[in-house]
Design a binder for this molecule. Structure first.
Ligand SMILES: C[S@@+](CC[C@H](N)C(=O)[O-])C[C@H]1O[C@@H](n2cnc3c(N)ncnc32)[C@H](O)[C@@H]1O
Length: 213
């Protein structure tokens, strides 16, 4: 599970942020959803893939959209912690490995800082694109070429992937699933390259996919 590739300091930090901070990426996603909101119509189901301890839910709750939230994550420790912090999420959190399982249909799917940690982009990306009816927001590491790296965190018991995917393959997948796309700058990192250690440099972007009607 994901936490085995992290350490207790990471865990303490995600819990602290879920309790104390509103994150820039969440607000950027919510601003985009708000811009599209009139065109979406009716109650929407939103899936948050890689929901961790519920950070996106906290921001969404504040906006009071007519949206039914479902958080999906592979790590049971994060789901249990999310439930402690946000008890109202009972029945709205699903333990699922997006590389193996296909979520129920939703109108909106958001995915932040998760695809880059999967061993492969597919079939997870196809699972997301084929079950989303209207709007997909993906925040991940992109570049001209795909580049796979494995990172070993201090005091972690297993390594994890920090991959970069190519603009070409991501945008082509959206096209194959009938989405129009736009690539946006990630506000939190300003989409500037960052050195992550162990020889890895990555740049975060945001891809918006709008299903063609
Ligand atoms: C770096 S965290 C990102 C959390 C949050 N979305 C954010 O941007 O702050 C990555 C999350 O993806 C989850 N994750 C990793 N692999 C997964 C998989 N195969 N299926 C579902 N969730 C996964 C992890 O458990 C973790 O909660």
């Amino acid at each position: 599970m994901f936490q085995a590739s992290q350490n207790e300091q990471y865990f303490d930090e995600i819990v602290r942020r879920a309790n104390d901070e509103y994150l820039v990426w969440v607000e950027q996603f919510l601003d985009i959803i708000e811009e599209h909101y009139d065109g979406l119509g009716g109650t929407q189901r939103l899936d948050d893939i890689g929901c961790c301890v519920g950070q996106f839910w906290k921001g969404l709750k504040q906006r009071q959209f007519d949206i039914e939230y479902y958080g999906i994550d592979v790590e049971s420790r994060y789901i249990n912690t999310a439930l402690e912090i946000f008890p109202e999420l009972r029945d709205h959190l699903i333990q699922m490995d997006i590389t193996r399982e296909i979520p129920d249909d939703s109108q909106i799917t958001v995915v932040s800082a998760t695809l880059e940690h999967l061993p492969f982009l597919y079939p997870a990306l196809d699972h997301i694109l084929k079950t989303t009816e209207k709007l997909v927001l993906i925040r991940t590491f992109l570049g001209e070429h795909t580049s796979k790296s494995i990172f070993m965190k201090k005091e972690a018991s297993s390594p994890y992937y920090i991959n970069q995917y190519s603009f070409g393959e991501i945008l082509e997948s959206f096209e194959l699933h009938d989405f129009e796309t736009k690539v946006l700058r990630d506000v939190y990192t300003d989409s500037m390259p960052k050195y992550l250690g162990q020889g890895i440099v990555r740049t975060q972007y945001l891809v918006i996919g709008n299903k063609k009607s």
